[in-house]
Design a binder for this molecule. Sequence first.
Ligand code: NAP
Length: 242
Amino acid sequence: MNEKGCALVTGASRGIGAATARALAADGWPVGVNYRSDQEGAERVVGEIEAAGGRAFALQADVADRSAADTLFTGLEEHFGPVLVLVNNAGVRADGLSPQMEDDAWDRVLETNLSAAFRTTRRALRTMMRERFGRVVNIASVVGQRANPGQANYAASKAGLVAFTHTVAAEVARRSVTVNAVAPGLIDTELTEGIGDEMLRAIPARRAGTPEEVAACVRFLVSDDASYVNGTTLTVDGGMTA
Ligand code: NAP
């Protein structure tokens, strides 16, 4: 790991983002724990990291807001120095069949899951390219690779995130910056409450994954061991897409 920098995890007040913040802190990264509304959750995550001997700081920002990237990066740079690891994790769903889907449901999901990742990545790359080190990990989804009726907006946002990952990786690889995606299947979090049972039958592992099992993949992609892994998508789904 680079001694001079820190990590930012968007949407880290619970679920996969919280587990990722804890995992990166365990590897020695000072971590910015971003949240939108769940301040209590974010502060709990910061407390857990500090209790384990790490460093963390909670940062409020709605990533769908166009000014969020500047707010987040400026706040974190003041605290912990340059952001050399960015995990674009914040994500929402607003399900509905396409013929009935309102513009707002489409826009909200695309803004939060895809456009926000573009803006934070753009902001992060300036520093990473100057420092000749950087790790961007985008949390996609298996839903970006296969049909999931009722989630056209979510699927489009996640497929877009994977395409974005590939192209940006090729743009910045020369500077030792890697940009990868992790595509979880069904993971046991608030986001999937109530939709699990039916999907379990399609999972060879016959169980949902845990946030920690996704965080372990992010931790690997951020580590020095993954220095030659670039522009790829690591699927973590208990065999669902196999
Ligand atoms: P979750 O438990 O619902 O947590 C979502 C997190 O994102 C919360 O910390 C939430 O914070 C934050 N967030 C939401 N909108 C935000 C915004 N506009 N700005 C800043 N933070 C925001 O979800 P999760 O299951 O951990 O999902 C995390 C990521 O994994 C998402 O990108 C999701 O699409 C992806 N994923 C999840 C699964 C799964 O099965 N769970 C599968 C594939 C992919 P606040 O509460 O403060 O808003």
